[in-house]
Design a protein around this ligand. Structure first.
Ligand code: ZN
Length: 205
C-alpha cells in the first residue's frame, strides 16, 4: 500500500480504504494526488503510462480532467474544504474515462486535504431489482442487503460498495446498515471537528 502522507488525518483508516473496490485518491491542500488506493493502481496498471502521468502521484486532479469539467470541479473542491461537507454527483464527467459508470464523492480530510472516491454506479437497477438474479448480487447468504448509513451505497459481495440509485431513497426489503471505510473516517473526523469547535467557542480558560 502507498504510505499516506503524515499530514493526512488520523481519522481515516487508509488500510481499509486501500481494500475498497472504489478508486480512491487523497489530495493535498493544492489538489495534488498524494495517495492512491489499490483499486486506483489497478486502473493505472491496466492503462498506458500517459494515464498514470495524468492521474498519478503528484498530479493535480483538476488539471487531469477534461477542460470543461475543471471549473465546476475546482468549485466543488473549494466548497468541501470550506464547509467540511461531502460533495457527490452521479455520472460525473470529471473522472478518468476508463472507470466504470461512476458515482463521484469528495470528502474533507484533515484541515485542507480531500478524498476523491469513484464508485461503480448502477442507475438503471430499477428494472433489475425485479430480477431476482440481480438482486441476489447484493444479498448475503442470510438474505440481507448491507447499506452504508452514511453514503447509502450498498455492498456487493466481492466488489465493494456500489451506488445503486433506486435503493438510495427506497432500500430493498431486509436491508441492514453499516459504514463503509470512507464514511467511518468522515464521521470520526466530523466528531473531532465538533469537539474542537466546542473548545474554541468556550475560549481559553
Ligand atoms: Zn459510506
Amino acid at each position: 500500500m502507498f504510505a499516506p502522507p503524515t499530514f493526512l488525518s488520523e481519522s481515516f483508516d487508509f488500510a481499509a480504504l486501500d481494500r475498497e473496490a472504489a478508486g480512491i485518491v487523497a489530495l493535498d491542500a493544492e489538489g495534488r494526488i498524494v495517495w492512491l488506493n489499490a483499486a486506483w493502481q489497478r486502473f493505472a496498471s491496466a492503462n498506458d503510462d500517459a494515464w498514470i502521468a495524468r492521474f498519478g502521484p503528484g498530479c493535480r486532479y483538476v488539471d487531469a480532467v477534461e477542460p470543461r469539467f475543471r471549473a465546476p470541479l475546482e468549485a466543488a473542491f473549494e466548497r468541501v474544504r470550506r464547509t467540511a461537507l461531502p460533495f457527490e454527483e452521479d455520472e460525473n464527467g470529471a473522472a478518468p474515462m476508463l472507470f466504470p459508470a461512476q458515482h463521484l464523492r469528495v470528502l474533507p480530510v484533515g484541515s485542507e486535504g480531500l478524498l476523491v472516491e469513484l464508485s461503480e454506479a448502477r442507475t438503471t437497477l430499477a428494472r433489475a431489482t425485479q430480477d431476482p438474479a440481480s438482486d441476489a448480487l447484493y444479498r448475503s447468504p442470510e438474505g440481507f442487503v448491507l447499506q452504508c448509513s452514511g453514503c447509502r451505497r450498498v455492498h456487493c459481495a466481492g466488489e465493494g460498495w456500489h451506488w445503486v440509485e433506486p435503493w438510495v431513497s427506497a432500500p430493498p426489503p431486509s436491508t441492514t446498515h453499516g459504514l463503509c471505510a470512507a464514511c467511518a473516517g468522515y464521521f470520526v473526523e466530523q466528531t473531532r471537528r465538533a469537539r474542537r469547535q466546542t473548545r474554541d467557542d468556550r475560549g481559553p480558560r
